[in-house]
Structures are given as structure tokens and as C-alpha cells.
Write a new protein. Structure first.
Length: 45
């Protein structure tokens, strides 16, 4: 559930709240799946 939600653009905060988890834990496990991940690094902001 969390993997698909993050890949679909759901914010990490929303995923954490839904899962009853901390944002830190969700960020550590799912950030790399976010469509926004590293967007600024490639100049697409």
C-alpha cells in the first residue's frame, strides 16, 4: 500500500499518518519512490 501510494504522488506525511508511523521511518523507506525525489537535482523544479 505505502509503496504504491508514494509512487502515485501521495506525500510522505500522508503515508505516515495513514500507516500510523513516523515521517522519519517512512522517509527512510519510501523517499526513493517519490516522483519528486531528486527533481531539483536535475533542474526540473
Amino acid at each position: 500500500m505505502a509503496t504504491r501510494a508514494v509512487m502515485a504522488g501521495t506525500t510522505l506525511e500522508e503515508v505516515a499518518a495513514t500507516m500510523g508511523d513516523t515521517i522519519k521511518t517512512v522517509r527512510e523507506n519510501y523517499l526513493h519512490l517519490s516522483p519528486e525525489y531528486l527533481r531539483n537535482a536535475v533542474g526540473q523544479d
